[in-house]
Design a protein around this ligand. Structure first.
Ligand code: FAD
Length: 462
């Protein structure tokens, strides 16, 4: 039997963008239907992305911290790894959050329709045997991992979703792609006992990040990973005893190398091409991205798009803010998406976090900048935590001394970055930051101290 639903707003996809848009639209009094192919809400982020990866990174951190304590006089036994229990814990974390979203949808009377939605016209979608007629739609269809066509299909070749399943701990693992996702998962497997190699085509890991923080990260991790920069994989042969990988480039091993598992982490592609969007008149580019204006409108005025499907950076917090804007515009508010900055964090060890313009971008755009760096070797808190490899760098407009960006490498860098984001959004200048009293001893102090260095009030650093 076919069903028919008539609604004011449909949100297609229930990831961070989609559920945020749906909840905001409902809070603003609109009648909302949320369509999701998965059996749970939360999209990639909650089910197979941000959250499960952080649950596993927490496990990795505790293992590493326990090991490190030996040099400070506390020795624990070798960790006993129970993969079933780790998986169960990770799944509990996911369940808690996705169930929470289900409750929040119910509370707001957001109708959830399970199934894969495709456009049949400019005001209609088909989800299984349900036809949905809408006044407005927000496309929040997200993205999926890019696969490499020359790599054979084999259980031992996994993507980020496969890596999060944590089926086993491979002896030798190759992470193909030195971006955030590859390095985070590499950190997990390394802590659990795998020998991890990372191969990256570019000449630095996480190519979009501030070059200095990546350098510090790479130096610290030279003992943890076999890192091959400026190198690419050209062939993979699946044999009974392992996957044999041929490399090419600056740091390529001469002969094929055997691995037990390969994690392919070379980026994500948008799902825009899978929606029959043309039937609604929506333009989708050849890569699958949907173009929008600052109000998140596509070329069809009552159809909006948000999140990974509209472009970089593919990050959950960007999707959430876009979702709010789209919902508010539909409800008649004059809102638009125009952030000064969108933060990026690699939850690696140490963490790398950056926001605003990097020095490289400033150069490309012809913006005159000056930087100030506070090395954590001079931070009481970093010394007391035995983690002095980090630093905090602030990037200022040369003329106005306003902060344009910042980059941090070190433990908790991701948590610290919020202060720099706020400073950039508020248009703070170096003096504002330098005169803000930071609690002692915190790692956050390094932000104030970097500003003081810029102002010239600190000159005697090691
Ligand atoms: P998605 O989360 O991709 O959700 C889209 C949803 O739409 C999916 O559930 C999909 O099933 C559904 N869907 C698609 N098409 C249809 C359709 N036609 N009908 C019905 N349903 C449909 N970002 C961060 O900010 N911080 C992190 O720490 C972080 N860690 C990550 C770790 C990993 C391993 C991965 C893979 C990603 C990570 N990300 C992180 C990226 C983050 O997950 C994405 O940027 C975010 O989920 C994008 O949100 P979205 O709403 O655009 O789409």
């Amino acid at each position: 039997m076919s069903n028919e639903i008539k609604t004011q707003v449909v949100v297609l996809g229930a990831g961070p963008g989609g559920y945020s848009a749906a909840f905001r639209a409902a809070d603003l009094g609109l009648e909302v239907t949320l369509v999701e192919a998965r059996s749970t809400l939360g999209g990639v982020c909650l089910n197979v992305g941000c959250i499960p990866s952080k649950a596993l990174l927490h496990v990795a951190k505790v293992i590493d911290d326990a090991k490190e304590m030996a040099s400070h006089g506390v020795t624990f036994g070798a960790p006993e790894i129970d993969l079933d229990k780790i998986r169960a814990w990770k799944d509990k974390v996911i369940g808690q959050l996705t169930n929470g979203l289900g409750g929040m949808a119910k509370m707001r009377k957001v109708k959830v329709v399970n199934g894969y939605g495709k456009f049949t016209g400019a005001n209609t979608l088909q989800v299984g045997d349900t036809t949905i007629t809408f006044e407005h739609v927000i496309i929040a269809a997200g993205s999926e991992p890019v696969a490499l066509p020359f790599i054979p299909k084999d259980d031992r070749v996994i993507d980020s979703t496969g890596a999060l399943e944590l089926k086993d701990i491979p002896g030798e693992m190759l992470v193909l792609g030195g971006g955030i996702i590859g390095l985070e998962m590499g950190t997990v497997y390394r802590a659990l006992g795998s020998k991890v190699s990372v191969v990256e085509f570019a000449d630095q890991l996480v190519p979009a990040a501030d070059a200095d923080i990546v350098k510090a990260y790479t130096k610290y991790n030279s003992k943890n990973f076999n890192i091959m920069l400026s190198t690419k994989v050209t062939a993979v042969e699946a044999k009974k005893d392992g996957l044999y990988v041929t490399f090419e480039g600056k740091n390529a091993p001469a002969n094929p190398v055997r691995y037990d598992k390969i994690l392919v982490a070379v980026g994500r592609k948008p799902n825009g091409n899978l929606l029959d969007a043309a039937k609604a008149g929506v333009n989708v580019d050849e890569r699958g991205f949907i173009n929008v204006d600052k109000q998140l409108r596509t070329n069809v005025p009552h159809i909006y798009a948000i999140g990974d499907v509209i472009g970089q950076p593919m990050l959950a917090h960007k999707a959430v803010h876009e979702g709010h804007v789209a919902a508010e515009v539909i409800s008649g508010l004059k809102h638009f998406f125009d952030p000064r900055c969108i933060p990026s964090v690699a939850y690696t060890d140490p963490e790398m976090a950056w926001v605003g313009v990097t020095e490289k971008e400033a150069k490309e755009k012809g913006i005159a900048v000056e930087t100030a760096t506070f090395p954590w070797a001079a931070s009481g808190r970093a010394i007391a935590s035995a983690r002095t490899e980090g630093f905090t760098k602030l990037i200022f407009d040369k003329e106005t001394h306003r902060i344009l960006g910042g980059a941090i490498v070190g433990i908790n860098a991701g948590e610290m970055l919020g202060e720099i984001c706020l400073a950039v959004e508020m248009g703070a200048d170096a003096e504002d930051i330098a005169l803000t009293i930071h609690a002692h001893p915190t790692l956050n102090e390094s932000i104030g101290l970097a500003a003081e260095i810029y102002e010239g009030s600190i000159t005697d650093l090691p």
